[in-house]
Design a protein around this ligand. Structure first.
Ligand SMILES: Cc1cc2nc3c(=O)[nH]c(=O)nc-3n(C[C@H](O)[C@H](O)[C@H](O)COP(=O)(O)O)c2cc1C
Length: 349
């Protein structure tokens, strides 16, 4: 790992001092290679963060929060950045096109208890990027770094950035130079989705960009894209020298990846795949927690995107999934899962 525990480097011309508050916690957090839950809209809510943390995630990110919605007092934006006392360390991620509004929103995020404030500069959704937010910032890396410097100055918690390697249209990818600029601006860590904006989520992530970015800076770089197993996590860290790995889509269907990666990284151990009982228990736990948080039917419906993955590989999984997906009531889902427990000879709740 390259200097993950070090404070941001002082360079000639560096903009402003790095804020002190939260430094100690930040340094301690990055003292070992991190396995991080990626920010994902409609996925990484408080319930899913708690579940991933229990399964070994070192650090979680909220869904991205629209600064305009937040500053207008929109309830959805407020809900996204509400952190319970156990919800730490969690970074609150914000996105917007205007540096001043990002500063205001960053203050609100800091007050909400964010371990640090993360600025989304990588979202490739057209209606967001076209307005200059998310990956729209990558069109002008200098402006991106200047914006980050303002946000750093506005808050007393560490500020981090999540971005991609470039738009994909440039003759040369800007990420290495941008990483240096961000470090100079006082940004404390960089999460790098190793694809271009043009690529969206298609093609393979090229981790070599994370290696190049990490070699150019002392702040921690977290490598993201296509980390789908503990072995991928180990290989990504070994190949890039990064301070951590960030897991997105694989966590939705297999949150056990966090404990599997931790075991491999810390002890060289390959832990067994989750048992039938564990898979069914996670279905029950996730359904019940979402039901408590959102009521019926939404609590049940939002859990569905996870259930197919949790049940994958079980005998009769397709039929079980069909029955669960047709049911909007928690009690009904729990009864279907109890039947499956009996059929599969696994102990129930
Ligand atoms: C459903 C979904 C929602 C996402 N929402 C966000 C988001 O709110 N903020 C963000 O920075 N990236 C978001 N991403 C991108 C992921 O954080 C991550 O960079 C991307 O999925 C690549 O990692 P993976 O290959 O591990 O999935 C989202 C991705 C998915 C699939």
């Amino acid at each position: 790992m390259l200097g993950g525990a070090e404070p941001a480097r002082a360079r000639p011309g560096a903009i402003g001092p790095v804020p002190a508050t939260g430094d100690e916690g930040f340094r301690r957090l990055f003292a070992r290679p991190l396995v991080v839950l990626a920010p994902m809209e409609d996925v990484t809510d408080a319930v899913f963060r708690a579940l991933c943390r229990r399964l070994g995630a070192d650090l979680c990110f909220t869904e991205f929060v629209n600064v305009e919605g937040l500053l207008r007092g929109c309830r959805r934006a407020r809900r996204k950045m509400t952190l319970g006392p156990e919800d730490q360390p969690t970074a609150i991620q914000i996105y917007g096109a205007d540096a001043g509004r990002l500063c205001e929103a960053a203050e609100a995020a800091a007050q909400a208890g964010a371990a640090f404030v993360d600025i989304n500069c990588g979202c490739s959704v057209a209606k967001i990027a076209r307005r200059g937010a998310g990956s729209g910032w990558l069109r002008d890396p200098r402006a991106l770094a200047a914006m980050a410097a303002l946000v750093v100055r506005a808050v007393s918690v560490p500020v981090t950035v999540k971005t991609r390697v470039g738009m994909g249209t440039e003759p040369e990818m800007p990420i290495v130079d941008l990483a240096r600029r961000l470090e100079d601006a006082g940004v404390r860590a960089l999460s790098l989705h190793c694809r271009t904006v043009q690529a969206g989520l298609s093609g393979r992530a090229d981790w070599s960009w994370a290696a190049r970015a990490q070699a150019a800076v002392r702040m921690p770089v977290i490598v993201n894209g296509d980390i789908r197993s503990a072995e991928d996590a180990r290989r990504a860290l070994a190949e890039t020298g990064c301070a951590g790995v960030m897991v997105g889509r694989r966590a939705i269907e297999h949150p056990w990846i966090f404990r599997e990666a931790r075991a491999l990284l810390e002890r060289g151990e390959i832990v067994p795949a989750p048992s039938v009982a564990e898979r069914l228990a996670l279905c029950r736990e996730h359904l019940a927690a979402n039901h408590a948080a959102r009521g019926e039917p939404w609590g049940v419906r939002v859990t569905r995107r996870h259930l197919a993955g949790y049940l994958r590989g079980l005998p009769g999984a397709a039929r079980l999934r069909q029955r669960l997906f047709a049911c909007d009531a928690l009690d009904g889902c729990l009864a279907i899962l109890a039947e499956a427990s009996l059929r599969l000879g696994s102990p129930g709740p």
